[in-house]
Ligand binder design. Structure first.
Ligand SMILES: [Ca+2]
Ligand SMILES: [Ca+2]
Ligand SMILES: [Ca+2]
Length: 223
């Protein structure tokens, strides 16, 4: 069984234009996802991603969407299989930011232009498949422990800085749930890692959303 979830921008008026432009591919991608009946029936699906280990009782496809990034450093976020250690990128910054902008320590600048904003449209971010897209999906295998990860490098030297995992509450902040309609399950990163002098705890260095809508039909995997 597969639980499919789609994301807020597709039904949010603000992104209507974006969605219209990419409608063909978005729907093709969604048709590979699935179906509602899974949640709350025989096996409870995990409905909320959190700082705990992520583990679904059944194979589950989750669609992720990039909101924006707000940090000087150049980061990649993705899913790490905790059994094998294998990392799969979801979104990748090809450079540190769209254009340098001022920042205020400790402030969450999500959805603003401040603090070294990075976007797909601005040429900073691609999805894990290397496409200039705000969306990507990931298939979680049944009964397998996962976490999300963020790796970052200095954009000038390309030297590695930190490698963080979402089970660390100092690195990642979660809200909402996979079935929370337009708001989805937000996942916000602070790329400064463990508490230390100067840690800014802005939790806007990489902001993504998981899920938001459960889909009703699945041509590929009918019930
Ligand atoms: Ca920041
Ligand atoms: Ca950045
Ligand atoms: Ca930060």
């Amino acid at each position: 069984m597969v639980v499919g979830v789609a994301t807020m921008k597709q039904q949010n008026p603000w992104y209507q234009n974006l969605f219209s432009r990419s409608k063909g591919s978005a729907i093709a991608a969604l048709s590979a996802l699935s179906l509602v009946g899974a949640i709350g029936t025989s096996t409870q699906a995990q409905e909320t991603l959190s700082n705990n280990t992520i583990q679904f009782p059944e194979e589950t496809v989750v669609e992720f969407e990039i909101v924006d990034t707000h940090g000087y450093y150049q980061s990649t976020i993705g899913v790490v299989n905790l059994k094998t250690g294998q990392k799969t990128p979801l979104f990748v910054e090809k450079q540190g930011f769209d254009a340098p902008t001022s920042s205020v320590a400790g402030r969450d600048d999500t959805n603003t232009n401040a603090d070294f904003k990075g976007t797909v449209e601005g040429g900073t971010i691609v999805n894990g498949a290397g496409e200039a897209s705000n969306l990507i999906k990931y298939t979680f295998e049944a009964g397998t422990p996962y976490a999300l990860y963020l790796d970052s490098v200095d954009p000038r030297t390309k030297q590695a800085r930190v490698s963080l995992v979402s089970t660390n509450v100092n690195a990642t902040s979660f809200a909402g749930s996979l079935t929370a309609g337009e708001s989805g399950n937000s996942i916000k990163w602070d790329d400064s890692g463990l508490p230390r002098p100067g840690k800014d705890s802005d939790f806007d260095d990489f902001v993504i959303i998981a899920g938001g809508f459960t889909l009703e039909s699945c041509p590929i995997r009918p019930q």
